[in-house]
Ligand binder design. Structure first.
Ligand code: MG
Length: 302
């Protein structure tokens, strides 16, 4: 109820990596660093800044080392990066990331398209990534993706999602995320999944990653909040998708999530007006509009 909740919700800003990698625009390293500085100015303290994957597969992210070399390091911001194998995690460590993120896809067909690996192989790769990151003193986070549906197989069995979660919980990541990569989920499904995950991964912080492909992202976030989830990924302006998931449109927009959770009484440490300004600037850099509704409408004083 308004004004009665004093809890915080943490937003992990994914526009510089998950957002930009699927956008038609091709931003320079300097533009990416500029974006990150604007995100920090708006209050962000967790930013997914880069990925260290095969540059031939994702050429837009080939400058991860240069981005990490250019971002401000004295501000207390935690920078995360995606790595999908042993080589990637070593590059991420060398670049000075604070947190290494891995992904295991919950459907075999999508796993092959996204990572050229079976689910079991992806879990094994994550174990190696996790071991290397821990040895380097870096935080670990792993995401199970396509948990609400697969662009190739359709329905994804929740029992399989939970079995993958159990395998990943064995590695004791600092954080475990569920991603509705293609924006297929609905709140009842999301609530049931997170309730199951909380049982399979006790004591591990849970995070939600939602796409607004079918206009259900905010409803899904509200359902996850009801299940106790307090960390969410979002992307400034709602930019991004997935280059390996046909028709997967944008990540849920940071401005829209912040408007929702601030209105519900949660604190994020983020300045909505500054986010909207940054989103307007991002449109000029991308050369096209962004899907965020709150960026268009503005905030409203609750
Ligand atoms: Mg995404």
């Amino acid at each position: 109820m308004l004004g009665c909740v004093t809890e915080s919700i943490q937003i992990v800003e994914v526009a510089p990596r998950d957002g930009l990698q699927a956008d038609p625009a091709d931003l320079s390293t300097a533009q990416k660093v500029d974006l990150i500085e604007r995100l920090i100015a708006a209050g962000h303290c967790r930013i997914e800044a880069a990925s260290f994957v095969n540059p031939a597969a994702v050429p837009k992210m080939a400058d991860g080392d240069a981005v990490m070399a250019g971002v401000p390091r004295s501000s207390g911001v935690s920078y995360s990066a995606l790595a999908l194998n042993a080589r990637g995690v070593q590059r991420a460590i060398a670049a000075g990331v604070d947190e290494v993120c891995g992904v295991v896809v919950a459907s075999e067909t999508f796993s092959q398209a996204n990572q050229r690996a079976t689910i079991a192989e992806s879990v094994q790769r994550w174990r190696a990534i996790s071991d290397a990151a821990r040895a380097a003193g870096i935080k670990t986070a792993v995401t199970v993706s396509a948990v609400c549906g697969c662009p190739y197989e359709g329905r994804v069995d929740s029992g399989r999602v939970l079995d993958i979660v159990s395998d990943l919980a064995d590695t004791q990541p600092d954080e475990l995320a569920l991603a509705d990569t293609i924006g297929a989920g609905v709140p009842t499904q999301v609530g049931a999944l997170f309730a199951g995950v909380a049982q399979r991964a006790p004591g591990i912080a849970l995070r939600g990653h939602f796409h607004n492909t079918r206009n259900t992202a905010l409803a899904n976030i509200a359902a996850a909040i009801d299940e106790g989830v307090r960390i969410f990924d979002s992307s400034l302006g709602g930019v991004g998708g997935c280059p390996f998931a046909p028709r997967a449109t944008g990540n849920v927009a940071t401005e829209d999530v912040v408007y929702l959770v601030h209105g519900m009484g949660y604190d994020t440490g983020l300045d909505l007006d500054a986010l909207i300004d940054a989103s307007t600037w991002l449109e000029t850099q991308l050369g096209h509009g962004v899907p965020s509704l709150v960026a268009k409408a503005g905030g409203f004083p609750h």
